[in-house]
Ligand binder design. Structure first.
Ligand code: F6R
Length: 253
């Protein structure tokens, strides 16, 4: 596992964009896995900037979303497909039909999860971007999720709903359910890039990286993957013990 501690959240976004740019430029038909959430906003802005200023093209990319709320309209501004469209896809040359996600309006959500799991596996994600919840979740795999889990409908924890309430208007509550790729689905990607910023992530990051690998910290599953980069700002890295990182870690200041 490579651990990169960048100077601040802006640098985290730039480093992440550099990794995405290298991946997109090196593959003929890149399958890129995207996360959503506040941490991703800087990355999306930087990718849009590189597209506008340097002509970074997403024309050959197929992008796959990790998860989606259940109970929001397709066009709700907080539906994850809407978020990614608004912050990224509509500003770049991603092809029509090249942004893939879960349809939370499907009549049979279980069947929709099965369809999407097959689609993601068939795509073979080359680079999967991840955020991390303050409770250690990745995508919407909450604590207690088995590592062999696949795409399915889940209940969101009280902590996740509380954390995400900031995105919703005061008179709207955060959905109780979501659809998410499973941990096994995520681990099948060739490369993982996990980004975390802010002191609120420090404990989750430390437990994910240095703690035991178990389902009480879903993000600890990334320790099982052979090609992982963690990109952190200093507050998110503050719980890591630089003197005794788990074997193979590289801490760059
Ligand atoms: C959402 C997702 C989540 C977020 C995580 C962190 O697609 O994958 O796991 O990455 O909840 O969210 P922020 O960045 O808002 O703290």
């Amino acid at each position: 596992m490579r651990i990169v501690v960048a100077d601040d959240a802006d640098r985290v976004a730039q480093e992440a964009a550099g990794i995405v740019e290298r991946f997109v430029s090196a593959s003929e038909s890149p399958a890129l896995g995207l996360a959503t959430g506040g941490t991703m906003e800087g990355l999306f802005a930087e990718l849009v900037r590189r597209h506008r200023r340097r002509g970074l093209s997403f024309g050959a990319v197929d992008a796959y979303l990790l998860d989606e709320y259940v109970g929001l309209d397709r066009c709700d501004p907080n539906a994850y497909r809407s978020v990614v469209h608004r912050l990224f896809a509509c500003h770049v040359d991603l092809g029509i039909g090249s942004l893939h996600g879960l349809d939370a309006q499907a009549p049979d959500l279980g069947a929709e999860c099965t369809r999407y799991e097959r689609k993601v596996r068939a795509a073979s994600i080359g680079l999967q971007i991840l955020g991390i919840g303050s409770n250690g979740h990745i995508a919407f795999n909450e604590p207690g999720t088995p590592f062999d889990s696949v795409t399915r409908v889940v209940e969101l924890s009280r902590q996740t709903r509380g954390d995400n309430a900031r995105f919703f208007p005061a008179d709207h509550s955060v959905p109780v359910r979501a659809m998410t790729q499973g941990i096994a689905t995520i681990l099948a990607a060739s490369e993982l890039l996990l980004m975390a910023c802010g002191a609120g992530k420090a404990s989750a990051v430390a437990r994910a990286v240095e703690g035991p690998i178990n389902d009480s910290v879903p993000a600890s599953a990334v320790q099982l993957h052979s090609n992982v980069t963690l990109l952190l700002d200093p507050p998110a890295a503050q719980g890591l013990s630089a003197s005794s990182p788990v074997g193979g870690n590289q801490i760059l200041a």
